[in-house]
Design a binder for this molecule. Sequence first.
Ligand SMILES: Nc1ncnc2c1ncn2[C@@H]1O[C@H](COP(=O)(O)OP(=O)(O)OP(=O)(O)O)[C@@H](O)[C@H]1O
Length: 343
Amino acid sequence: MIKLENISKTFMHNKQPIYALKDINLHVPAGQIFGVIGKSGAGKSTLIRCVNLLEKPTSGKVIIDNQYITELSNSQLIHIRRKIGMIFQHFNLLSSRTVFENIALPLEFDNVQKKTIKSKVNELLKLVGLEDKANVYPSNLSGGQKQRVAIARALANDPKVLLCDEATSALDPETTRSILELLKNINKKLGLTILLITHEMDVVKQICDQVAVISQGELVEQSTVGEMFSHPKSDVAKQFIQSTLHLHIPEDYLQKLSTTYQDNLHPLLRLEFTGLSVDAPFLSQAAKEFNIDNNIISAQMDYAGGIKFGIMLTEIIGNPVDTKNAIKFLQDNNITVEVLGYV
Ligand SMILES: Nc1ncnc2c1ncn2[C@@H]1O[C@H](COP(=O)(O)OP(=O)(O)OP(=O)(O)O)[C@@H](O)[C@H]1O
């Protein structure tokens, strides 16, 4: 549905080139929710703005629904943009218009009949769960409600594609979840293709089918969400995944943690499980085979794209040779083991 071919974008700043996007190739299949994740300044906003040509690429082609939109005239572009909805971090609603009037705006631009506008807007209000807010002004809405209005407005022209530019970044975690849930429902109900950019792996985890990682203007990795969480390849992807797992080392362990091995101390391990290693009983197998004990201090398991993954903090108690062999056994079974120190 969305194809980017060799997209590059260079800005000039104080006569110096800034290579915001470098030879990006991306394919978002119809009906998917596709996430692009990257750190601040990676090029995410530039990328999503190139899709509807709010930003004109320096080179490369944008193809939407089999149409090369980089080759269209300005008037043709206005027409095609109606099929590409967009929502933003700060909602971009008109404060002087009610919720109803904000949603009606794209239809008024299209000279749609008043009666048709009314039924369409009412239908959209229902879809986003704001039937009772039609006559309210944006200043009297919460952030989540404002984003619901923006979503309804973006859907007014029955777009085939919805672009989401950090759509939940200004919202608290609970509201973020409800907006992502709404986007997922819309994706299913209307078969809408969604491309979203974000700096939060939790967003990708919650709703995306596929994800691409962008770093310094380049796409460094792309896969299904399950594959990315189970086998991240780039350092950036690994860092993003780590950011979704929060493992707390208790204060008393931090205090007694030694960086060097001494007699009577045991290694404190951080174990990372992904894919197959999550479901197999490797810890108890290691305990039996190498005569060690595991003292599990904390653990967190999670799901993304149908794949289970998790991390664990555990102390391995045993003699030094058995402990070393047990660690090797875990590593041989695709568990990432980090020795944090000795306790
Ligand atoms: N209009 C512009 N003129 C000059 N440089 C720009 C312009 N827009 C973006 N850039 C630069 O291009 C690079 C990519 O910026 P972009 O806003 O796309 O990144 P981002 O990943 O969206 O970051 P953030 O999450 O902080 O918004 C940055 O170095 C930025 O300073």
